[in-house]
Design a protein around this ligand. Structure first.
Ligand code: ATP
Ligand code: MG
Length: 563
């Protein structure tokens, strides 16, 4: 509809020189009456209104469609982002990913909206105007007048190539700058405490300067296209005035035709400019389309395979001769792990930092895929379970607790959607954070800052545990989840957990002995290897690494107590 309206507008526009031409002819020959004049002007008015109406129609339709395409692409892009696995985000930066959704989408929208319009307008208007010019004068004059015009097209074509290359660099510079800003804002507390504001400012100025330079390099070419188009149309008009004027003097064409002819030439200015514009928009749009396509083509490496098993997950986990190295890393994060977690047992995993504890969980949650056959869930290869079912049956409290800038209540119910306030409170009480929450003026409705910055580390951790606990999952995993609370609170939380998680697989990862000592079985990891396992008592008797840790932590505690 929009495209048809454009064509109608172009045809209507053609009427104007015709009508003004007939006025000029009438005036010269003295044949026109005031009545005729009024009639022609009325006719002009009708044409004018028609133009207004159909312009409105094409604007709504063409620009509306481009907005709709932008809307759809943005949804697709977000869905794609949600589907990608952590190994993708290990490499990608947030600022760059944001640039796709802003700058690139913008360029694509310009291409499918104004771009399409300008292309059509150029073709239609140029064709009909030129054929009209030939009709009222002759081919010779028309050719003479429009001969300079293709120069614009050729120049634009060449410049378009240059723009595309420069535009790509400009887009990259913008993405990089967004990234620096994004990282700086989320790390503002570190920047301030290390008094690096000045340094960061200098760094930003450099990046911003680069962004500016890349923009200017695009603008320079833009700046060239428009005056060029104007210059060439100017030449055309000059030729038309001269040759056309002479033809009129010699009586070869009428004065009205001459008036109309010069108006037609004027009508060609816009399509020529539009052509320049279109080449800009097309070059930038296509550069963004390429970037966008590449992004949407990134495949997620963690997907459901065929022949999945149904049934429910019970919670027996087996690591069998498991070796794991992170993609693009060269050190083994896990080395020949053989570890069995029986259904319903409470398990502790302890080990020094970097020993591979979180990696075990990453594999269990299929954030990364373990080598096939080395990780079993309920005696089935883990990949045979649907990913969603697997993840839904695991309640996970990550090491770096992350809260959304939403109410505390919504943060707790994040994984289940709606649930009764008494369930929320119960979960909060079980992790001993209920009392702190109700002290806030708005209680559970308190909105936490971005990533939970307005809460204490311990509060954040406990709300994260409540979020996992309220799911009542088949398997609960706490990754260093009570490290930020004092030992007394820890004792309380663990006591509650023991009760509510009775008979349900629960895995607690920690550095502190006190967190894991009551577990049914404790696994000790070191440098990616499983070196000891057993109950607290068994491990003490073994006098191995675990025993050493116990002694060391007891000593530290007694020194702290005497101080
Ligand atoms: N996403 C990743 N990509 C590459 N290597 C990683 C990644 N995550 C962890 N590693 C590496 O894997 C090893 C094990 O890390 P892991 O996070 O499992 O240790 P951890 O036992 O949980 O330590 P901590 O107690 O400090 O949390 C480390 O050497 C680490 O550098
Ligand atoms: Mg860890």
């Amino acid at each position: 509809m929009g495209l048809t309206a454009v064509i109608i507008v172009d045809l209507l526009q053609l009427k104007i020189p015709e009508l003004t031409g007939s006025i000029a002819d009438g005036l010269e020959l003295g044949t026109i009456t005031s009545n005729d004049l009024l009639q022609i002007i009325l006719y002009l008015l009708v044409v004018g209104f028609g133009i207004v109406f159909f312009r409105f129609i094409w604007r709504i339709n063409i620009f509306g469609t481009s907005r709709r395409i932008e809307y759809g692409l943005r949804n697709d892009y977000f869905e794609h982002l949600e589907s990608l696995s952590p190994s993708f985000y290990n490499k990608q930066k947030t600022g760059d990913l944001m640039a796709y959704a802003t700058n690139d989408l913008n360029a694509i929208r310009m291409l499918v909206g104004p771009g399409v319009l300008m292309a059509l307008d150029t073709i239609v208007l140029t064709t009909i105007v030129i054929s009209k010019m030939i009709q009222i004068t002759n081919t010779r004059l028309t050719l003479l007048a429009v001969i300079p015009m293709p120069v614009i097209a050729i120049a634009s074509l060449f410049l378009g190539k240059v723009i595309r290359a420069r535009y790509k660099k400009k887009q990259e510079a913008f993405a990089y700058m967004s990234d620096i800003v994004q990282e700086n804002i989320s790390g503002i507390r570190v920047v301030k405490t290390f008094v690096q504001e000045g340094f960061e400012m200098i760094r930003f100025k450099e990046v911003n300067n680069d962004n500016y330079a890349k923009n200017i390099s695009v603008v320079k070419i833009h700046a060239l296209i428009f005056p060029l188009a104007m210059l060439i149309t100017g030449v055309s008009i000059t030729i038309a005035l001269f040759v056309g004027g002479r033809m009129t003097m010699l009586g070869q064409i009428s004065l009205g035709d001459f008036v109309a002819f010069t108006q037609y030439i004027m009508m060609l200015i816009w399509p020529m400019i539009a052509l320049g514009w279109f080449i800009n928009i097309y070059s930038q749009g296509m550069a963004s389309v390429t970037r966008f396509k590449e992004m949407l083509n990134v495949k997620t490496d963690i997907v459901d395979k065929e022949n999945l098993c149904n049934g429910e997950i019970k919670g027996e986990i087996n690591f069998e001769n498991l070796n794991f190295t992170y993609p693009d890393a060269n050190i083994k994060a896990l080395d020949n792990i053989n570890l069995k977690i029986e259904e319903g047992k409470h398990i502790g995993i302890i080990g020094r930092t970097g020993s591979g504890k979180t990696t075990l969980v990453n594999l269990l949650l299929r954030m990364f895929d373990a080598p096939r056959g080395s990780l079993m869930m309920d005696n089935k290869i883990i990949e045979e379970w649907p990913i969603k079912k697997l993840r839904k049956s695991i309640g996970y409290v990550p090491q770096d607790s992350f809260l959304f800038s939403d109410s505390i209540k919504n943060n707790i119910t994040f994984g289940i959607g709606e649930c009764s306030i008494s369930d929320i409170e119960e979960a909060a009480k079980n992790v001993d954070v209920h009392d702190s929450i109700i002290e806030f003026e708005k209680g559970y409705e308190t909105i936490v800052g971005e990533r939970g910055v307005t809460l204490s580390g311990g509060q954040k951790q406990r709300i994260s545990i409540a979020r996992a606990l309220i799911l009542d999952p088949t398997i609960l995993i706490l990754d260093d989840a009570v490290s930020a609370v004092d030992t007394k609170t820890e004792e309380k939380i663990l006591g509650h957990l023991k009760n509510v998680r009775k008979g349900k697989t629960t895995i607690t990862i920690a550095h502190r002995i006190s967190t894991v000592q009551d577990s049914d079985c404790i696994f000790v990891l070191d440098e990616g290897k499983l070196i000891e396992s057993g109950t607290h008592e068994e491990l003490l008797v073994g006098k191995g690494i675990y025993y050493g840790m116990v002694m060391k932590q007891q000593l530290e505690k007694s020194i702290a107590d005497t101080e």
